[in-house]
Design a protein around this ligand. Sequence first.
Ligand code: PEP
Ligand code: MG
Length: 548
Amino acid sequence: MGRGENRMLHVTGVAASAGLAVGTIKRIHRARTGLTRVVLDCAREKALFEAAILLAKDELSQLEQRADSKDKDIFLFQRVMLDDKGLLDEISKAIDSGIGSAAAVERAAEIYIRRIRSIENEYLRERATDVQDACQRVVNILDGRPRETLHLSQPAIVAADEIYPSDIVSVDKGLILGIVTASGSAQGHAAIISRTMGIPAIVQAGEEFLEECDGQMAALDGFSGELFLSPDQPTKARFLHRIRLRTRQEQKLEALKKAPCITPDGKEVCLLANCSCPEDIELAMEKGADGVGLLRSEFMLMAGKMPTEQEQYIFYRRCLEAAGGKPVTVRTFDIGADKEVEGISHQEDNPALGLRGIRLCLARQDLLQPQLAALLRAAVHGPLKIMFPMIATPEEFQQAMEVVEQVKKQLWTRGVSFSEEVPIGTMIETPAAALMAEQLAPLCDFFSIGTNDLIQYAHAADRVNPLVAQYYPTFSPAVHALIQMAVDAANKNHISISVCGESAANPSIARHYVDMGIKNLSMAVVSLLEVKESLMESSPSNTTNTNT
Ligand code: PEP
Ligand code: MG
């Protein structure tokens, strides 16, 4: 690159973890194995490789113990990967063709990672880095090289081509001021861990800056994705000033995050988050959410690949871990209407009134049964609840419960551990369900009101059709009446009730729900603190017939 000693270099990447840092850069170099050993005895190479796998899994168990509870499953996933038949077969094939064990692992990992990266599924693509991390650990053991762990004797901004989760976890907290990588992804696990640990990070900053960065002063902006190498005096002063301001702001917000949400007239409200993945849940917990009121599990399928029961089990476990002991309510797949999933949803003239939610799942047991099995198994690890979408009649709820019983029997037969005590409830998002709330409540453990759909069905106004937007109110006397029926039935049967539609994030409607006797509100993470602040300052709503 050949820059002059003190010339500032401005590098732009992708913001992966919010925050600011000023400090000296420590670059991690990763050498590839140079093994060109000729294999004389395939059986011996395989024995070496098997022993290395055992050692690597043991190291991963130790890292799992060291990791924050939210990140433990990353190392669990890596350990599971080292048992993956596809990967092991690939390595075995390479050894059979005369390649040494270390090089065979490297080659097989490359093929396997390329295959994962070509899959049209964001989640799985992101896991390629974990496979690489796990395989590199095996290679290092076989190569007789200790894994190149990151050693920091003083705080630094870490730069590398790519950072692995284990790099971050193996360094004492507080020593990594920031992270900048040439490649990587904001959805990768290293970025996720950075966010969990509050380490500002930039990914995809390009290779160019890496060459000369070691030992240089840098200013890193994890909000904008910018890095200033050898920052000039004004840039450095600007960063230090922003860091001071941010610290003050964070302290102010911190008080609100931890405060219980109690209205001035003494009503306590439980504020829950609507999420779709463990990363959302981590963020929700950071904002002080009391749990997850709605996990839209169908978002897992939007990329077009159906995860197996085992993949789903790992996913739900990660969700529970991310919630750190707080409840996570998972809604079974609500596919159909505006949530199309290639190969599963149908082309219909009127999809919102079509084969959607529980109707589709009851017709497709191959979707419902593995999901329920994964959920019941994951529930061993934390307070998980299940709810069904689009229920219109008590009979539909009963049919879904029959499937739950069948799945439990299958799990017994398989000898797999699962929880018998999972609370199971229903969404109240069709007017029929609200009208039948008295009959539904004795069958359910809880109600969750989905106002997004309840409004569209009560007002016969498609929620995604701009032509009828004026006929789709945020709230109305009709919707109030339907919700009141659900509240009355829930109270009579002593089951809990929450609202998880978008309307719960509207501060004045949220207060209205509280006055109707609804103590649990679930909303998008970004709205949590705003709603909390407004409820804590609110006075009782003076109308029961708001039409907005
Ligand atoms: C709802 O209908 O209010 C709801 C929360 O579900 P979704 O928006 O996913 O249909
Ligand atoms: Mg809905």
